[in-house]
Design a protein around this ligand. Structure first.
Ligand code: MGD
Ligand code: MGD
Ligand code: SF4
Ligand code: MO
Length: 754
């Protein structure tokens, strides 16, 4: 039943939870059915923009394959169960493992939608904390871990990641990002391409550095093809040139920076001439790149997944910020800066593990000996930790909104290992390649059934939007919201059983977070008592749970009402009354002093841990990679692995194809449309080839997120459009050494006709 019983079409205003663009949508509902979705032109953030995925929210909600009730495994199939039965089964299975093997035999995998889902994003920390699992895995190590490492060491804050001020820049260099498909990442912005067009219209430059001439290049002034994995070398040479031509200008940051000389020394051997042939970019063009970035008043360098998911991810991530700082393009209008979200993200509260700062390699993984980085090891380790006998072998796994059988390197080994688990619980809404192995699946709300309030994503916003969205539909009667599911799993770990009173746990968790929120210098409730704040909700209709949590994040945030301290400030109710959202202003500048958490208050321009990796980069310069290198790509109609069950999005020509340059196709006797066998050191697959000069010679591209139609899945549409799993080719131990992040770009492959 819908929230209103009106049979006339009703328009609900709601932000899209699918990607970082956070578009405001007009969702028309007629007789409990979504009949139309359009961009909301009055939305103060996205002004009517949307992409084809946004129009598919109704399909996701109505998808008959989407789970509405918990499922319990029975032999090779699942049966629908009550929530009480499902939690009792979780208790039985998890306790079995913990009592026999200890908590060290349990782990969790946290997937990408966690960051987009209000309940999961806030309460996943409750589960991992209460369970005391010694380690967890996440999609983060096939994503932004290098950026977290560089921010941890440069600023003392893992999630303080600088974002380009896209609306106000006149010159942007984009490396390893394709917003035409992705809609922007660690740069939240609706209509990125519109902003790029505007830069060009005002006479500015948009330079795309990518081995592929992507759709973003259609909105750029220049495409610079680059050999995969060599971005760090290019950027080291840009820094070298900045020093050599005396262009370094720290602008207002001089007093907030240390180790400038450390950078100068570190990049000394990386001259433009030394790196040019490795990167495939002429030395003269590299010099000009440096000159343009330094000499243009409002210029910025931005890098994303192509600069992270590669061999030198941390070096590249670090150097991107270093270049912006050296050019005076940091924390100023039109440069790279730190957004300040209205809803304070929990991630922003994370701190170094010692007073001296972050330490790495505090422990290593059992089987491979991979060093821990920011509490995680590469997700590709998970398979071997499950299938290798011995003390500490993983016997129980909880997946939260993740599909690692598709999205992680070592995919086929993980697929084979999961059935041996004694307990596998999936908090997920579909029976897909991963969750088909679960003993119990616990579904959450649909994309239209829960309150939507972004916090983490808003910390990458190119402005300061304030918006929360009410649910469009009520969840089914008796269903359990995801925040409760996570707390209940936590209670099971604590030995409290399947029907514990989770209110106590919720209050304790919330109070602990509030304590940190009010300690923030910019908190509107700075210095107030956490217990009193939590207690003030007692008896209200927000006495517990995620709504209370969001209200607290808003009211203790920099724009909040501070429980009376700032009476005109924001509250959840105020924002719920503004379905078009409020725009608090452009991306702030001058935030460096409050963002940097190092004891001396200074940005470390040359962290030792990072600089020590430069010899490895120098070795790369000495190496010539013969043969072809594989990179990944995205498509606007797809979202990692989980939206191929929407017919309107997968219709049309096959998109899971290998893009090959005509010269490489000819040299390997491959023809357009034919099947080719692609082989890496780790695996091989057959896939249809698209011959196209949009690839630079020597590089081939295959999307990730495909490889459906596995037995036991319940994804009727996706299974008709199976595609192949890119990660079968990924090399499990090919990682960015400093972060442990997977190098799924730059994989040496051979191709031949099938
Ligand atoms: N080769 C290669 N591999 C890659 C990448 C690449 O570029 N190349 N990219 C990497 C990146 S950046 C990422 S982020 C990862 C993604 O890796 P994952 O996060 O593991 O994969 P997704 O496909 O996002 O899976 C999302 C899962 O969440 C479920 N889900 C969706 N919405 C909800 C919800 O609201 N609640 C719950 N409980 N479940 C939900 C879906 O059913 C699905 O099972 O893939 C990585 N893998
Ligand atoms: N439609 C859609 N949107 C999405 C997603 C999706 O799957 N589909 N996924 C979401 C997620 S989880 C993320 S993390 C973001 C990612 O957002 P983006 O970072 O914009 O990701 P991509 O679109 O994959 O673009 C990456 C580009 O890097 C290039 N590349 C590969 N290797 C290298 C290299 O070594 N150097 C350089 N310079 N370039 C390289 C690739 O050719 C590709 O064009 O997108 C998010 N948005
Ligand atoms: S760009 Fe598309 S998927 Fe992303 S938030 Fe907007 S409508 Fe949703
Ligand atoms: Mo991602």
């Amino acid at each position: 039943m819908s929230i209103t019983d009106n049979h006339k079409p009703q328009i609900h205003k709601r932000q899209c939870p699918l990607c970082e663009a956070m578009c405001g949508l007009d969702i028309t509902v007629t007789n409990d059915e979504v009949t139309l979705i359009r961009g909301n032109r009055d939305d103060t953030w996205s002004k009517g923009y949307l992409c084809p995925k946004g129009t598919a929210l109704g399909h996701l909600h109505h998808d008959p394959d989407r789970l509405r009730a918990p499922m319990i495994r029975e032999g090779d199939t699942f049966r629908e169960a009550t929530w009480a039965e499902a939690f009792a089964e979780c208790d039985r299975l998890l306790r079995g493992v913990i009592d026999t093997h200890g908590v060290g035999a349990t782990t969790a995998y946290i997937g990408n939608p966690t960051a987009h889902n209000a309940s999961l994003g806030r309460y996943v920390g409750a589960l991992t904390g209460m369970s005391a699992m010694p380690m967890i895995y996440s999609a983060g190590t096939v994503d932004q871990w290098p950026k977290n490492v560089s921010s941890a060491l440069m600023y003392g804050a893992t999630w303080s990641i600088p974002v380009p001020d896209l609306p106000n820049t006149d010159h942007i260099v984009m490396m390893g990002a394709n917003p035409q498909a992705s809609q922007g990442s660690i740069m939240a912005c609706a209509d990125v391409l519109g902003h790029l067009d505007a830069i060009v219209e005002r006479g500015g430059e948009v330079i795309v550095i990518d081995p592929r001439r992507t759709g973003t290049v259609d909105h750029a002034t220049e495409w610079l093809p680059i050999v995969p994995g060599t971005d760090a070398a290019l950027l080291a040479a840009v820094c070298n040139e900045l020093f050599a031509t005396d262009r370094v200008d720290l602008a207002g940051l001089t007093d907030h920076i240390k180790n400038l000389d450390g950078v100068r020394a570190a990049v000394e051997s990386f001259t433009p001439d030394a790196v040019a042939s490795t990167c495939g970019i002429p030395a003269e063009r590299i010099r000009m790149l440096a000159h343009q970035l330094a000499d243009t008043e409002r210029a910025v360098l931005y890098g994303r997944i192509g600069t992270c998911n590669q061999e030198f991810g941390t070096l590249a991530s670090w150097l991107i910020d270093v270049v912006n700082i050296l050019c005076g393009n940091f924390d100023v209008e039109g440069g790279a800066g730190f957004a300040e979200p209205v809803v304070t993200p929990l991630a922003s509260l994370s701190r170094a593990d010692t007073p001296e700062g972050y330490t790495f390699g505090r422990w290593t993984s059992r089987v491979r000996g991979a060093p821990e980085v920011l509490g995680q090891v590469p997700v590709s380790c998970l398979a071997e930790e499950i299938d290798t006998p011995g003390d500490g072998q993983i016997k129980a796994l909880i997946t939260v909104a993740g599909n690692p059988v598709i999205s992680a390197p070592n995919a086929e080994r993980l697929d084979a290992a999961l059935p041996s688990l004694e307990a596998m619980i999936s908090v997920d809404n579909w029976i897909n390649e991963t969750t088909r192995h679960a003993h119990v699946i616990l579904p959450g709300a649909s994309v239209l059934e829960a309150l939507q309030a972004d916090d983490l994503l808003a910390s990458f916003a190119v402005a300061t939007p304030a918006r929360v969205s009410a649910p469009v539909f009520d969840p089914p009667e008796g269903s359990v919201p995801e925040w409760q599911t996570l707390l209940r799993l936590g209670a099971i770990f604590l030995g409290m059983g399947a029907d514990a009173d989770i209110t106590v746990l919720d209050n304790a968790f919330t109070e602990a977070v509030v304590g940190q929120l009010v300690a923030e210098p910019r908190s509107a409730a700075h210095g107030q008592d956490a217990a009193e704040i939590v207690a003030s909700y007692a008896g209200s209709d927000r006495a517990q749970g995620v709504e209370r949590f969001i209200d607290i994040q808003i009211r203790t945030g920099p724009y909040g009402d501070g429980y009376g301290a700032n009476p005109d400030g924001l509250t959840l109710d105020k924002l719920l009354a503004e379905p078009n959202g409020l725009m608090m202003g452009p991306m702030p500048t001058g935030r460096t002093p409050e963002v940097v958490r190092h004891a001396d208050g200074k940005i470390d321009l040359a962290p030792e841990y990072i600089v020590a990796d430069l010899p490895r980069l120098a070795e790369r310069l000495a190496r010539t990679d013969e043969g072809l290198l594989l990179v990944s790509r995205r498509h606007v109609r797809s979202n990692n692995s989980w939206m191929h069950n929407v017919r309107t999005l997968v219709k049309g020509k096959d998109r899971c194809t290998l893009l090959v340059h005509p010269d490489d196709a000819a040299a390997n006797h491959i023809t357009d449309g034919a099947l080719a066998t692609v082989r890496s050191e780790h695996g091989s697959l057959d896939v249809a080839v698209e011959v196209s000069d949009e690839m630079m010679p020597g590089v081939v591209s295959l999307p990730h997120g495909w490889g459906h139609n596995k037995p036991g899945t319940q994804m009727s549409v996706a299974n008709e459009h199976a595609g192949v799993n890119n990660n079968i080719l990924a090399l499990p131990e090919f990682v960015d050494v400093l972060s442990g992040n997977a190098a799924v770009n730059g994989i040496p492959v051979e191709i031949s006709p099938s």
